[in-house]
Design a binder for this molecule. Structure first.
Ligand SMILES: [Zn+2]
Length: 351
């Protein structure tokens, strides 16, 4: 399947009709991330557990259910029934649970309260199956359209637990779809988030400034990861991860694999940098050597930094995402080496 065709088809599909919730966008973003983290050969299909998508959807909404200044908690769904419990309500409840335990991130709660987490995740999975996954490939019009990502003929807005059990709570991406989604992800992800921001603005009918809203919805996680700075500073012997200059006062915790592509907060993906490097790298993929060094850091060292803060390391996920991101990158793409200096991707990775 041609990635550009797939991307254009998805973009056109999502441009039809008015969304009554941001769930479709959250689900598509989760699907893209799953494909990036789990790369497969170009013509292969992929079994995607709905629970995995639910996990990512919860993580995406986690920062978004905070209070947004004077606007309060933002709406992301047009409630049709006052008694309906939304995905956002489930995420808010999980955040409340985390706060009671003195935790701040979704990953921390997942590790600390696995039972509560999986109970909530089952509810989210059921909602995903009945709403966005059932509707993702359809227009809002009378002709539903053809399933081109996965077989959705068994899904419905009242799909039962028995049917979900029979399908192992998974969808099967069609051959060629996972790799095409990964390849088009660098173009599709920003578009999905822009729609998401515009939908939130519309659903709240409020004087919301788009740039502020974008930063609020998708720029979060920074304050939490800053707590890793002292441990990383000691581990890096007070030097910037990228340019090896001595760190002076201002330091930044940087996601080496860009947060905007794969929102991985595990220590495996985090390094300490000076503002010069962090400010220049932005969302560019880093040079291959930077990723090689990132993956070579001994697990035990990262555990030493992470454990006191009850923070995850997530080596397997970061390794998967590194493989997926570079597999999806086009030969000739600029890879950030240091401020003002780029390598050009030759199609090879060495780790
Ligand atoms: Zn630097």
């Amino acid at each position: 399947m041609d990635p550009l065709d797939l991307g254009a088809r998805l973009a056109q599909l999502l441009a039809t009709g008015r969304r009554v919730a941001t769930y479709k966008l959250a689900t598509l973003d989760a699907l893209i991330q799953h494909c990036l983290e789990n790369p497969v050969p170009d013509d292969a299909g992929l079994t995607v557990p709905i629970g995995d998508l639910a996990d990512r959807v919860v993580e995406a909404y986690w920062p978004q259910v905070r209070v947004f200044g004077e606007h309060g908690v933002l709406r992301q769904i047009q409630h049709t029934r006052p008694d309906a419990v939304s995905l956002l309500d489930v995420v808010r409840a999980l955040r409340g649970e985390a706060e009671q335990r003195g935790l701040s991130t979704a990953a921390q709660l997942r590790a600390a309260a696995p039972r509560e987490w999986s109970k909530a995740l089952r509810r989210v999975s059921t909602t995903l199956a009945r709403q966005p996954l059932f509707r993702l490939q359809k227009t809002g019009g009378r002709e539903p359209g053809v399933a081109f990502l996965y077989d959705d003929s068994w899904l419905s807005d009242d799909v039962t637990i028995t049917t979900l059990d029979a399908h192992d709570w998974s969808i099967e991406l069609l051959p060629g779809v996972p790799s095409a989604l990964a390849r088009v992800s660098s173009m599709l992800q920003p578009v999905v988030r822009q729609w998401w921001v515009e939908d939130v603005q519309r659903l709240n009918r409020d004087e919301l400034e788009l740039p502020d809203l974008h930063a609020f919805l998708f720029g979060a996680g920074r304050t939490a990861v800053d707590r890793l700075a002292p441990g990383l500073r000691e581990y890096q012997a007070n030097r910037c991860y990228y340019c090896h200059r001595t760190l002076i006062r201002e330091v930044h915790v940087d996601h080496v694999l860009p947060w905007s592509r794969v929102p991985l907060d595990g220590v495996r993906n985090l390094v300490l940098t000076d503002p010069r490097c962090n400010g220049d790298k932005l969302a560019t993929l880093p040079a291959v050597d930077h990723v090689r060094d990132l993956l070579a850091r001994p697990e035990a060292d990262l555990q030493t930094i992470a454990a006191p803060l009850r923070w995850p390391v997530e080596t397997a996920r970061v390794r998967g995402a590194a493989a997926g991101l570079y597999r999806a990158a086009t030969v000739g793409s600029p890879l950030w080496r240091e401020p003002g200096l780029y390598d050009f991707f030759d199609g090879h990775v060495a780790w």
